[in-house]
Design a protein around this ligand. Sequence first.
Ligand SMILES: Nc1ncnc2c1ncn2[C@@H]1O[C@H](COP(=O)(O)OP(=O)(O)OP(=O)(O)O)[C@@H](O)[C@H]1O
Ligand SMILES: [Mg+2]
Length: 260
Amino acid sequence: MTLSPANPAVLRVSGLRVTYGPTVAVDGIDLAVAEGEIFGLLGPNGAGKTSALSAIEGLIVPREGNITVAGTDVHADAMRAKAQMGVQLQSTSFHSELTILEIVRLFAGLYGVALTPSELHKRLVEISLDDGASKRFRQLSGGQQQRLSLLIATIHRPPLVLLDEPTAGLDPQARRQLWDRIQSLRAEGHSILLTTHSMEEAQAVCDRVAIMDHGRILTIDTPAGLIEAHKDDPRVRAVARGAITLEDVFIGLTGRQVRD
Ligand SMILES: Nc1ncnc2c1ncn2[C@@H]1O[C@H](COP(=O)(O)OP(=O)(O)OP(=O)(O)O)[C@@H](O)[C@H]1O
Ligand SMILES: [Mg+2]
């Protein structure tokens, strides 16, 4: 799962800076996501996670930095780079009156993906929506909506999948179901970059995580590696309530102060 010449990065970000007027949202970050890796971007509210994803997705133009997806420079060849990505935004909505089947057919058409009826059925089974395919979007639970939006984001089987807080607001059952699907995507060879506020989620599904704050990456490693590396940091020890957890490392490095 680690980066090596035999397993090159599907996503490579270097020196990324994103600003909104005087606000510096991303202040020079470097990261790489390997083929078949689930990489988690953690950070308090306002840390710059969505801004970093938006720059990778080509939705905003960064002030500085280089981004390549599957070897293609996002800035120099935006169309080609975008074809290599699947994107789930922090909140996704579809037309409320369309059924699941209609939505999947619509986006398959837009992406130029030809799906036979049996392939379509297989895609719905993958996200456990085959039973409710005739349900309208407005009738879906939060978990079903998130799974549908993940199906749409990956309908063209992109090498890189970008998910902004994919499990926010879901109950434990729906969250587990989405974790399973995200791990299946990895097993199918996709690389995944996701953001989350759940340390449990980061530990459960991410191969590596970066902790970000004030637009900078503070540390990157496996969840276990982060605990090992920071367990003796006095800031981490000061917030621990027992054996050191990933959350202790997170709070220790980013501080206890609540962000607005
Ligand atoms: N469109 C915008 N215009 C101006 N400032 C923005 C805009 N989007 C984000 N910001 C600011 O940029 C900084 C980073 O915001 P961003 O949304 O990237 O953080 P985040 O880590 O995704 O936070 P959250 O966990 O709340 O989703 C914040 O200070 C935010 O207020
Ligand atoms: Mg965000």
